[in-house]
Design a protein around this ligand. Sequence first.
Ligand SMILES: C[C@@H]1N[C@@H](C(=O)NCc2ccccc2)[C@H](O)[C@@H]1O
Length: 450
Amino acid sequence: KKLLKYGAQYEGKRTDAAMQKWRSNRFGQFIHWGLYAIPGGEWKGKTYTYAAEFLKSSAHIPNSTWDSLQYQFNPVKFDPKTWAKMAKKMGVKYMTITTKHHEGFCLWPTQYTKFNIGNTPYKKDIIKALVDAYNSEGIDVNFYYSVLDWHHPDWRYDIKTKEDSIAFSRYLTFAQNQLKELAENYPSVKGFWFDGTWDQSIKKNGWWTLQVEQMLKSIRPGVVVNSRLRADDYGARHFDSNGKMMGDYESGYERRLPSPTDTQVIHRDWEACMTIPENQWGYHKKWDISYTKTPLELIEMLVQTTSLGGNFLLNFGPKPDGTIRIEEQQIAEHIGNWMKINSAAIYNAGHAKGWPRQDWGYFTQNETTGKLYAVVFNIPISGILKIQTLEGITISKASFLEKPDVPITVKEIAKKQVNLYLPQQSFSEPFVIILDTINENKNKYIDAKT
Ligand SMILES: C[C@@H]1N[C@@H](C(=O)NCc2ccccc2)[C@H](O)[C@@H]1O
């Protein structure tokens, strides 16, 4: 065990109300919006297939050229209420917005750099507009902040010289000032989502990462901070050199989920963030350059994440004119229709402790009532949902969440084995079954002697 000054500050899940709200939200909308939306993955007539928010580096565009995009940023059709209403209908309980991405352009009128929304034709504070619109729809707002900054002259990838050290300490002061500004000027902010903290320069300054987290929590008590911010005394990230998670939830699942049987994750809070295309966070003009996930695939990811006690953050990349591309609107609509019927299995639900992984879908369990849900994605040819139950538990009743009066026959066929007989009907959407369980008398079945 190493003695650490900048390692994990506490162990186990936070149990305060703010964290319980963060956890019960379960489903969130990520929004990546910045100057990169203007070129939308294309430059000088060439389409770049790497992530659109990386176009500056993919197309080797110098700062002077890239930075002049700010004079073109004018989302005339931007209406934050439209975005917030779409998000509400989709069923998200929180939203995470890029206040500043790797390009360094700030969506709020920061006093610490001119490279911000105030110096664009649009002028207005986009962060304030979004916070107000989403909060009035009852949706919590978190701020994404990239520590990596391609624009700022004092950013360094590594600290090799005295000059590097002097410049980078100026950068750390700049970033801390911006974060203080965000925490103070937008008091309803519920969390900070740090990105761009993988370089040596940050790993050599773990002290700063803890200082920033402590500053944010003193300005905004209850605020939730992701593990990706932190580096410890030895440069270890997310988990300190003693294997303890730093920050309030694990944020290493980016464009990937834990396997459904990876029950390690259930011991901590965590979030998976997901793109609809294979790897586009910012707006890309051409979506057909990679696979784009269907609504049903995204719903299954949301359910799988909930079943493992995590949050699911689905990304949208708005267009430069301030509208949401039609493909994203259609996905939001489909998911929203599903959530309208089935959100009881998602909100304030999590891992169903002890219930083994099933091949027809996922169990989720309400954290308060303990109510057990089976979310079905794969109906067996037999029409029989075979459920392996928990030791000493059997299922006394099963009913469709959507249509409670449609009977589902339940038959216990052996120890810890129950059959649910589904009605002969076709299903076009994943559906939820509420399972009532009881403790059975232990000696009803005996194991074979072998
Ligand atoms: C949440 C996502 N994280 C950013 C990302 O992919 N950074 C990884 C990366 C950073 C630098 C070079 C290659 C890849 C993406 O742009 C999104 O913001």
